[in-house]
Design a protein. Sequence first.
Length: 737
Amino acid sequence: MESIQAVVEETVFRNEENGYSVVQVRLGRQRVAAVGTLPPLVAGERLDIEGEWVEHPQYGRQIKVHSAQAQRPTTLMGVERYLGSGLVQGVGPATAKRIVAAFGRDALDILQFNPERLLEIPGIGEKRARVIAESFAQQVQTREAMVLLQGYGITPALAIKIFKAYGDQVQAVLRSNPYRLVEDVQGVGFRTADNIAATMGIEPQSQYRLSAGLKYALQEAGNAGGHTYLPRPALLRTAQQLLHVEEEPLDLVLDALILDQQLLAQEVDDEIAVYMPASLAAEQEVAVRLRGLLSAMPQHLFPDAEGALGTLEGRLGITLHPQQRQAVLLAVRSGMLVVTGGPGTGKTTIINSILRLLGEGTDVALAAPTGRAAKRMTEATGVEAKTLHRMLEYGGDEGRFARGESNPLDCDTVIVDEMSMVDIFLMRGLLRALLPGTRLIMVGDADQLPSVGAGNVLRDILNSGAVPTVRLTEIFRQDERSMIVVNAHRINRGEMPLLNVKGSDFFLDRQAGATQAAQSIVDLCESRLPAFLGVDSVRQIQVLAPTKKGDCGVRALNALLQARFNPRGPGAAERVRGDTLLRVGDKVMQVRNNYQLGWQRKGPLGWEQGEGVFNGDMGFIQAMDEEERTVTVCYDDDRVAAYEESQLEDLDLAYCVSVHKSQGSEFPVVVMPVVGGPPMLLTRNLFYTAVTRARQMVVLVGREGVIEEMVQNSHIARRYSALAQRLRALTAVEGGA
């Protein structure tokens, strides 16, 4: 990294959304391009750059800017160019020349502190002087705000977001309550606001700080832990660890937040549960709507379902297992059903039987939480399945769907697969779109990891005892040859998987250490598995890691796999995403919901357009536009989305992904390191989830001792949610009535 002093000549290109700029600067007699995220610049300004020299294949040698600060020009020519650039309303090149002739190098100070002196210049009257003074003052405020924000360590791209949110009120907001940024500006976390507050001398015991910390702790409990609430003592402990303050002042501030209804408190299981208002409203509404659907009779009844099912079995030449038979009959006779079971227990057979039994007289909609799961459902049934967001006609804002009470789904039956992935907010969106009498069939594996989003919907529904349920436990004969299926059930029972059985599809590649395991994983993906199975190294093999850090963590393995499969080449376009370089051809994943990101997809009737790319969506970088500074990604369901520079923080490499992020997906081959790590991550249900992602083969790389530790570690972190209790209470009230 070099420190470079230059003078701005002109801005060649600027993206106002994210600040990405191409600026011509002068270094002595040399004129070069400076490229990166920059504040608005004006000809004549001095620019202090931290950056590096790079060679662009088309434009030659240029400066890649990591950070930069603009300084006012000091030379007469610089001041004249600065004022005559069009920056200041009412000042063109001729007027700039007269101002500099009158005031010399002091011209900018006079415009800022003594603008009335403009009246000394012939041709400038009171009205024009006022316009010039106001315009110049606005530019000074903008520049000071940007310098102020970057002085707090805020990146230029985030500084632009903050300035766009508050305009010239930035300084006033920061001085009064910098914690407002956390709620008002996407991308500003509590720690960023807290650093700003500390720099400004705001007391650690400030009510603003304690209030923001409590709300942040509760919000993060939902975002990171999937909780819909925290017990009051747990919230206070979490906030204490975050804020490093005593419990007593926090307790008082929490009371004030509850009194003001910024947070809500209810009794759950004999303890005080504290909710964000949105989470409580969603949980309550899901319980009420589920109970309402349960109470309504389905629109189409099957008085002779038993006979119809027997006829169907004869026509298809199959005999359903009693568990499967029970599930199919309950599904067509009742308004709601949950079918849960592990791999190979016949969930797909049940869905197919329900579809055929309901026949042409019933309109059935199939859905799943992710594009991959919906695609798999379509392939298994021959009937189009959509993502839940697509079926509900997602509207571009979080939780907003075109389908709802005023525009319900036009179908008699909805079957949702991979229910373990559905969080409380998505469940609410689904239930809002169902008319009373619509049959709802929910299918999933309750032993997998729960949803990434808040809530524990599938397990809570099962634990409530309020919804008819069929639990599938039988592994069917046609799957017995698959050690993936056998071992998944062994793992779930707390038994060691059978490893390296001759002719099977479940192997352990023994490696003593993490470094050796990482290298073996790369070799497996590049040559050994493609040669053995005839699969594509990148598209059909997925590496799953239990941890993010370490030699066999997500980050390190992604770096190794990218270097092997998509190395840096001469002239290759790249974009920086944190410490990661993204290139055309890279396998990537969206790592958080972006409800406004537009996409298009080519269909039979032309191009379909929509908004929203979601956490866990996987695809490949298709193109990088140097002029527009966009990165185009084609996702697995053929949606094509163009990312601007500031949106790249939502993309991660996906040669290797965490087991949590793999939920709802299936891959021909799964490769997973088993080399140790924190016990809270190396759990039985995480291992089970990873194994059940594979269709064709599982290869574990590491040590048998680690596998045994994972199988024996049956700890499941408690997820605080009260949907089960609410359903039981509503059922009891209805039963009592």
